[in-house]
Design a protein around this ligand. Structure first.
Ligand SMILES: C[S@@+](CC[C@H](N)C(=O)[O-])C[C@H]1O[C@@H](n2cnc3c(N)ncnc32)[C@H](O)[C@@H]1O
Length: 221
């Protein structure tokens, strides 16, 4: 199967994107387990997609940025959204207390430019949260796929970044690792495998780390 560039893939996935998947379910749990508070903070979600993680954010202000207009078009009108690339954010330096970048950087071949931008827009002492498909999942054959409107399975271009590659790129950008979690396939996601008609894969993948979640602190000046 040939892979689609992210921008094209998410254009096609946008109409059905909000249906929770095994990856998105485990990702949410992993981010919650990091325990990074957003209440009364200025929160930025880079690669926010449809803004689904911002719907119930308890932050003082929330801003979402994404490169795919069709994803942003689905977000609720009251969200503050901007089109932009994680490697060149249209935002001022040090303007957010918490910066999320969830399930985005796996679509990039190189991490450094993304981490440099995530760090730049975060205040010194603030937190950057990044999630990615775990390298173990990719090694076990897991791919970023979805069904388009015609029911065809499509695969998105995706690059494997080991945890140490994230930590190194973050460190170049002035970010220090503060916490990390790996979300593993367990009984909580069995119903999602069942709904997709893939209980065979559940048996194979049980115990496999699927999502890596990292929290970094930006060095105080
Ligand atoms: C898997 S979705 C995640 C959406 C959202 N973070 C969530 O967890 O629901 C990945 C998103 O990253 C966006 N994206 C991909 N490459 C990007 C880039 N270079 N800059 C900004 N956004 C990008 C896509 O358009 C898509 O909306």
């Amino acid at each position: 199967m040939s892979t689609l560039p992210a921008r094209e893939g998410y254009r096609l996935w946008a109409p059905s994107y909000e249906a929770e998947t095994v990856v998105s379910f485990l990702e949410r749990r992993a981010v919650e387990a990091l325990g990074v508070p957003t209440a009364r903070r200025r929160l930025l979600d880079v690669g926010c997609g449809t803004g689904r993680r911002l719907h119930d954010a308890d932050a003082a202000t929330v801003v979402g940025v994404d490169v795919t207009p069709e994803m942003l078009a689905i977000a609720p009108a009251q969200l503050a959204l901007a089109a932009g690339d994680v490697r060149a954010l249209p935002l001022a330096d040090a303007s957010f207390d918490v910066v999320w970048c969830r399930l985005v950087v796996g679509h990039l071949r190189e991490l450094d430019a993304a981490y440099a931008e995530l760090a730049r827009v975060c205040v010194p002492g603030g937190t950057v949260v990044v999630t990615d498909l775990a390298a173990e999942a990719a090694a076990a054959g897991h791919r970023r796929t979805f069904r388009d409107a015609s029911g065809t399975v499509q695969e998105l271009e995706h690059h494997v970044h080991a945890a140490h590659a994230h930590v190194e790129a973050a460190s170049h950008a002035g970010l220090a690792l503060a916490a990390h979690r790996r979300a593993v396939v367990d009984a909580s996601v069995e119903p999602l495998y069942a709904a997709a008609g893939r209980l065979d894969r559940f048996a194979e993948q049980r115990g496999l780390p699927l999502v890596l979640a990292l929290a970094f602190r930006r060095h105080a000046r």
